[in-house]
Design a protein around this ligand. Structure first.
Ligand code: ADP
Ligand code: MG
Length: 727
C-alpha cells in the first residue's frame, strides 16, 4: 500500500464508492488527510445544547431511559430513548421495537438529522454505534472519540474504522508516510514527525496529542502554500519587465484635466506609488484594496494612461460583462476625442479604447482583436474573454484586474503571459484583506490601501428587517422605497436566485459568498428575482417603473437594462448579485436585500456599496426571516451596525470556511488547507513564510528537499486541475 493506493483496494468497492462520491475521498492519502472535525469525550460535553433543527449530527451520549408504547394513531409501537451528555438530554425515536433492548447506562454514538416534536429536539431512527468495549472494539475504551465529517452513507464510525485499518496496516505509518520536512526544520520548530502527527490526529489519547498533531499538520499546509508563493515571487523577480515612465502632455494629463473632481489624498498618494513603480523595469505586482466607492477605478485608469503614454498597452480585466461595459463606457467618456484616435472626430495623438467580451459578434470581434494585436488600441477592457489564446497584444505593459476575488492566480498569470516581457500588474479589490490572508492568498503581491472615501458622500445606513417577526416592517420598507423614488431617487431590490425554471438547475446565481448550509436542512428555496418582481409590480411597488437584471439575460439585454437604470428610465431594478460588483449609478439610494441571510458578510457589504455612490445618503434594508436572536440574525445585525470593511472581513472569516476565503480557484481540498486557520494561525503562517523564503533563497532551492518539492508540485497540479475544471 502507498499513499496513492485507491481506497477501493483497501476498503472494498462499496465503502470506497460512497467515500468517493459523498466525501471526495479517493486515495489512502485522501483518507489520512480527512481529519476529525472534533473529538467527543465521554461525560464532559455540552454539545447537546448547541443542536439546531436540521443539523446533521453525531453525538456521543449515555442512555438514560427507554420506554416502549403502542402508538395511538397507527399500528405498531414506538420506542423513545432518552440520552444525555451529562447535562442536557435528547430524545431518540425508534419504531417497532427496534432498539427496545437498549439498556440505561450504555454509551453510544448516535447520528442523524435533528428534528423537533412538541418543542423537544429529537433524532428519529438515528444510526447508532454502541460503545460496548467488547472484542476488537478497543476504540471505545479511549477517552477521546474522533467525530469525522460524515455523509449519508459513510458514518463517522465507518470512517474511524477505515482510518484505523490504514494506521494499522503495512507495519504502521512509518513505512507509508515519508516525512517531507527536513529534520533540521522539524527540530528547530519543535514539530512532530509526520507519521506521529497523523497517528495522533486520528487516535489521540490526550488533548495535548491533538494540539501537537494539529500544529505539525498546519505547519505543512502553511509551508507548502508559502513555498508556492515564494517560488512565484522569485520567478517573477528574475524576469525583468519594461519601465513605463511618465510622459507629460499625453493621455494622463488629459485624464487629469478631464476629471470632474479633485483626487482624494489617498488616490494621489497611491497614484504616486504606482507611477514610481511603473517607471522601473522590475514588474510591479501590487494589490490595491479600498472600500467600495473609494475610487479605485480612477487610480487604475491613471496608471493605464501613463503606460499608454510610454508606448505600451494596458488591459483591464473585469469579472462581469456588465462591469466591463461600464468601465469601457466610463473611460471613453472621460477620454473624449483622445479615446477615438483614427475616427473622424478623434484626436490623432490619442489612442483607442476596445471592449472585448465573449458576446461580441464575429465581425466586431475580429476588428477588436486586430486593433489590440496591432497596438492601435492602447486600452483594452474585457472579461475572461481577454484570457483566450486568440487575444494577442502588440506590447502589453500593464494588467489591471478589477475585483480580484473572482479571479484565480492562474488567470492573472494567463494574462501576464500575454506580454512579450512581463507586464506590470495591479490587482484591485474592495474586500478588505486581513494581514494573514494577504500573506497567503495574495502572498506574491505588495499592498496599497485607499482608506478614505471621496468627500461629499452621503454614506449608507443599514437596518435589518425581520420579516417573520415583524411583517409590518417589510411594508414600511416598501413605503420607504416609494418615498425615495418619489423624491427622484432609484432603488435596487436584490434576490439570491433568478427563478422561473424551478428545480435543481436553478441554483443561487452566486453562492460563493454564502455561508455554509447544513446539509439535510430543508429550508424553502431562496427568493427569486422573477417572482419577487412580479409580486412587487402587482402589490407594494405598483405603478413604479420596475425592471429585472440577472445572469440568464443575454449581454445585450443586460446592457440595455443597466443603461435604462443608469439614465433613470428604470426606477427600481430587481436583480441578482450581478449588481454586486462595481456597478455605479450614483442616483440609486435604496437597496432592499431579500433573504439577506443567504448572502455572505462581505457580499452584503459589497452590495450596499452600490447605494453610497452619490451625494445623497443611502439606505440598505436587509430583509430576513431568520430570528433576530439566532446566529444568522446576529450576523446580519453586525453587518447593519458596522461600516468598517476590515472589521466585516474579519467577521466574514469567522463565519466562512477557510476555503471560501482563499477564493474560487484555490478553495477546499485543492488548496491543501484543512486545519490552518487564517485568522488564528497568523504567527505560524509568518514562521512558515520566513522558512519558505529562506529555503528558496539558497542556491539549490528545493533540490535537497525532494519531499517538499513534491508537495509543492502536488499543490500546483491540484490548482491547475481545478482551474481547468472551471475553464
Ligand atoms: P470603487 O473603488 O468601488 O471601484 P469607483 O472607482 O467605482 O469605486 O468610484 C466610485 C465613484 O466615485 C465613481 O462614481 C467615481 O467617479 C467617483 N469618484 C472617484 N474618485 C472621486 C473623487 N476623488 N471625488 C469624487 N468622486 C470620486
Ligand atoms: Mg470598482
Amino acid at each position: 500500500m502507498t499513499l496513492q493506493t485507491p481506497l477501493a483496494r483497501v476498503l472494498g468497492p462499496k465503502t470506497a464508492g460512497s467515500m468517493a462520491e459523498q466525501l471526495d475521498l479517493h486515495t489512502v492519502r485522501d483518507l489520512l488527510r480527512h481529519y476529525p472535525r472534533r473529538y467527543a469525550r465521554r461525560g464532559e460535553m455540552a454539545r447537546l445544547d448547541d443542536l439546531q433543527v436540521g443539523d446533521r449530527v453525531t453525538v456521543l451520549a449515555q442512555v438514560k431511559s427507554v420506554e416502549t408504547r403502542r402508538m395511538r394513531q397507527r399500528r405498531g409501537s414506538l420506542t423513545e430513548v432518552t440520552v444525555s451528555d451529562g447535562g442536557s438530554t435528547l430524545k431518540l425515536v425508534f419504531f417497532n421495537h427496534r432498539h427496545a433492548h437498549l439498556g440505561p447506562g450504555e454509551w453510544g454514538l448516535f447520528a442523524g438529522t435533528v428534528g423537533q416534536y412538541r418543542d423537544r429536539l429529537q433524532l428519529t431512527h438515528p444510526d447508532m454505534h454502541l460503545l460496548r468495549g467488547d472484542g476488537d472494539d478497543d476504540d471505545w475504551a479511549r477517552a477521546l472519540v474522533p467525530i469525522y465529517p460524515a455523509s449519508k452513507d459513510v458514518s463517522s464510525w465507518v470512517i474511524q474504522k477505515s482510518v484505523k485499518l490504514l494506521l494499522g496496516a503495512g507495519g504502521g505509518l512509518g513505512d507509508l508516510v515519508v516525512d517531507p520536512l527536513p529534520e533540521e526544520i522539524r527540530a528547530r520548530h519543535g514539530l512532530l514527525p509526520l507519521a506521529a502527527a497523523l497517528l495522533d490526529i486520528h487516535r489521540p489519547t490526550t488533548s495535548e496529542d491533538i494540539e501537537r498533531a494539529e500544529r505539525r499538520l498546519k505547519w505543512d499546509e502553511a509551508l507548502t502554500l508559502q513555498l508556492t508563493l515564494a517560488a512565484r515571487r522569485r520567478a517573477a523577480a528574475l524576469e525583468p519587465g519594461v519601465a513605463r515612465p511618465r510622459r507629460p502632455g499625453g493621455l494622463l494629463d488629459a485624464v487629469d484635466a478631464a476629471l470632474p473632481f479633485a483626487l482624494t489624498e489617498g488616490q494621489r498618494e497611491v497614484g504616486e506609488e504606482l507611477a514610481g513603480e511603473l517607471d522601473r523595469d522590475q514588474p510591479m505586482h501590487r494589490l490595491l484594496q479600498g472600500e467600495v466607492g473609494s475610487g479605485k477605478t480612477v487610480v487604475a485608469l491613471r496608471a493605464m494612461a501613463q503606460v499608454v503614454d510610454a508606448g505600451g498597452q494596458a488591459a483591464l480585466l473585469a469579472p462581469t460583462e456588465v462591469l466591463a461595459a461600464q468601465h469601457a463606457r466610463g473611460i471613453r467618456e472621460l477620454l473624449g476625442p483622445l479615446g477615438r484616435a483614427g475616427e473622424l472626430d478623434g484626436d490623432p495623438e490619442g489612442t483607442r479604447v476596445v471592449l472585448l467580451t465573449g458576446s461580441l459578434k464575429a465581425a466586431a470581434r475580429r476588428q477588436a482583436l486586430a486593433e489590440v494585436a496591432e497596438g492601435r488600441a492602447g486600452i483594452v477592457v474585457g472579461t475572461h474573454a481577454l484570457l483566450q489564446e486568440a487575444v494577442e497584444f502588440a506590447d502589453l505593459g500593464l494588467v489591471v484586474v478589477d475585483e480580484q476575488h473572482r479571479f484565480g492566480v492562474e488567470q492573472r498569470d494567463a494574462l501576464r503571459a500575454k506580454g512579450t516581457r512581463p507586464p506590470h500588474v495591479l490587482v484591485m479589490t474592495a474586500t478588505p484583506i486581513p494581514r494573514t490572508v494577504a500573506m497567503t492568498v495574495y502572498g506574491d503581491l505588495e499592498t496599497s490601501t485607499l482608506r478614505q472615501l471621496p468627500s461629499g458622500r452621503g454614506g449608507v445606513s443599514s437596518s435589518v428587517v425581520p420579516a417573520a417577526e415583524k411583517p409590518a416592517w417589510l411594508d414600511r420598507a416598501w413605503a420607504r422605497l416609494r418615498e425615495e423614488v418619489a423624491a427622484g431617487r432609484q432603488a435596487y431590490v436584490v434576490c439570491p436566485r433568478i427563478g422561473d425554471v424551478s428545480g435543481p438547475d436553478d441554483q443561487p446565481e452566486d453562492a460563493d459568498g454564502a455561508p455554509e448550509e447544513n446539509p439535510g436542512s430543508d429550508r424553502r428555496p431562496p427568493l427569486a428575482v422573477l417572482d419577487v418582481a412580479e409580486l412587487l409590480r402587482a402589490g407594494p411597488l405598483a405603478g413604479l417603473r420596475l425592471d429585472v437584471l440577472h445572469g440568464r439575460m443575454t449581454p445585450e439585454e443586460k446592457d440595455a437594462a443597466m443603461r435604462a437604470f443608469a439614465t433613470g428610465e428604470t426606477q427600481v431594478l430587481v436583480a441578482t448579485t450581478v449588481v454586486e460588483v462595481g456597478v455605479d449609478v450614483p442616483n440609486a439610494t435604496v437597496m432592499v436585500v431579500m433573504d439577506a441571510d443567504r448572502f455572505g458578510v462581505s457580499q452584503l457589504h459589497q452590495l450596499r456599496g452600490r447605494v453610497a455612490r452619490g451625494k445623497h445618503a443611502g439606505l440598505c434594508l436587509l430583509v430576513s426571516e431568520a430570528p433576530t436572536s439566532s446566529p444568522t440574525g446576529l450576523r446580519l445585525a453586525s453587518v447593519a451596525a458596522t461600516s468598517d470593511g476590515f472589521e466585516l472581513a474579519r467577521l466574514d472569516l469567522e463565519t466562512r470556511r477557510e476555503g471560501d476565503v482563499l477564493g474560487a480557484a484555490q478553495s477546499g481540498r485543492r488548496s491543501g488547507i484543512r486545519l490552518l486557520s487564517l485568522l488564528e494561525d497568523e504567527e505560524l503562517i509568518a514562521e512558515a513564510r520566513a522558512v519558505a523564503t529562506a529555503l528558496l533563497a539558497t542556491e539549490r532551492g528545493l533540490a535537497d528537499h525532494p519531499g517538499l518539492a513534491a508537495e509543492v508540485a502536488a499543490l500546483a497540479t491540484d490548482e491547475r486541475a481545478e482551474y481547468l475544471e472551471k475553464a
